[in-house]
Write a protein that binds this ligand. Structure first.
Ligand code: MN
Length: 197
């Protein structure tokens, strides 16, 4: 029997393309999810051929690969986490995650304020993250380009994409307006499930 080669597929959006407006328009989802992410998925499938990662899960490639393979696997992972955590209606953190947020940041508002600062202040392209360590302690980190928490031994909980392609059609140069609006479309149930996993 020949080994099973991994083929990565596009994730499915858990909401209608236009349903995140006005925070994120259907046009942005069309390009960002439909074009940018599709390109990263295609590149990843092409790049793993003939490497030691041919049968590896995405998380392992995103954590351990180098060069172009790391960049494309990281972008597939990061975008999958990003699009899955959004929803048309705002919710609020609760349960064990809320307890951890209050312990580590004081309040959910303080967490949002610090993550907003991380996202607006990140120089150039990259991602602002809420992460958890192996003991459940929370941290906020800025990561450039395709970097991701798995490369730092951390669990990704929530991420804000601040590459210009994430907001330029809707907000042009006004990254702070995009970051402010994203709080209206975070699905905290998804973030809680990641924390509990
Ligand atoms: Mn992006």
């Amino acid at each position: 029997m020949t080994p099973m080669k991994t083929v990565f597929l596009m994730p499915t959006l858990p909401y209608e393309v236009g349903s995140l407006a006005p925070a994120i328009s259907a046009e942005t989802i069309g390009y960002h999810f439909g074009k940018h992410l599709q390109t990263y998925v295609n590149n990843l499938n092409n790049l793993i051929a003939g490497t030691e990662f041919e049968e590896s899960p995405l998380e392992e490639i995103a954590a351990k690969a180098t060069g172009a393979l790391a960049n494309n696997a990281g972008q597939v992972l990061n975008h999958t986490l990003y699009f899955e955590q959004l929803a048309p209606a705002a919710t609020a953190p609760s349960g064990a995650l809320l307890e951890a947020i209050e312990r580590d940041f004081g309040s959910a508002d303080e967490l949002k304020s610090k993550l907003t600062q991380a996202a607006t202040g990140l120089f150039g392209s990259g991602w602002a993250w809420l992460c958890a360590d192996s003991e459940g302690h929370l941290s906020i980190l800025q990561m450039p380009n395709a970097d991701n928490p798995l490369r730092h031994g951390l669990k990704p909980l929530l991420t804000i994409d601040v590459w210009e392609h994430a907001y330029y059609l809707d907000y042009q140069n006004r990254r702070p307006d995009y970051v402010a609006a994203i709080w209206n479309i975070i699905n905290w149930r998804v973030v809680e499930a990641r924390y509990g996993a």
